[in-house]
Design a protein around this ligand. Sequence first.
Ligand code: 5GP
Ligand code: 5GP
Length: 245
Amino acid sequence: MISKAKMKSSASMLFRLLVVLQCVTVFCLARDDDFDFFYLVQQWPASYCDTKRSCCYPTTGKPAEDFSIHGLWPNRNDGSWPSNCDDDASFDESEVSDLINRMQKDWPSLACPSSDGVRFWTHEWEKHGTCSLLNERQYFQTALDLKAKSNLLQVLKDAGITPGKFYTVERIKDAIKEGVGYTPFVECNVDQSRNSQLYQVYLCVDSSASDFIECPVFPHGRCGSRIEFPSFSSSTSENESRDVL
Ligand code: 5GP
Ligand code: 5GP
């Protein structure tokens, strides 16, 4: 016959085992590729180009003076984010062949050496896109459509904000809030004369990538109170500095 004491100790062992199993489920098996929303990050090409690092125009030519896409980044409400969620995924140009013209125009790469964009798109797809729960085509199409929907340059123009001048960050943020409907995060960098300037605009998008939302959390970083919105035509790329030499 099993004693009462033995039964008690078996029950307590079973209880402990259940607790351990539950912990394993919550902490070990929890997916590390989950996310709560996206940042749509758009860069201002003139500000990418007029830093010390400079830039190289795409092989397709100097981009128009407009915001361009940096990426569509899955993010969590606690500020962390998943990345490189599928080691086997690689960028397949044939899946976006009908979007290539739009990608060259709205998602050009300004890094050196000059490129046709494929390397930048591959990086963004592998690092962020593979965590988005969208397939490659949906990922690029969604980012392009959201960029068009935000219409940032026009929104700023409508508020009297045009390239080539200085503005307060508050005025830029208020104009975007008014025109797009949601508060952006504005990231700055510094040009070669150490002016703080508008570099990137972050807008938040719901987790199904269908519309903008108020940001659950903003990235860190602050701009000076008065920042430059530089004109693209006045900045120089490495291509051009080579031409001058
Ligand atoms: P940086 O250090 O230049 O701010 O960021 C380097 C890279 O880290 C970005 O291009 C992006 O891939 C990633 N990253 C930086 N901040 C964030 C963020 O707040 N959310 C996400 N999802 N990725 C970020
Ligand atoms: P992140 O990890 O910061 O999202 O991606 C930035 C990477 O893409 C860097 O390795 C950067 O050199 C490359 N890259 C290529 N073209 C561009 C561009 O036009 N803008 C930015 N921000 N990064 C670019």
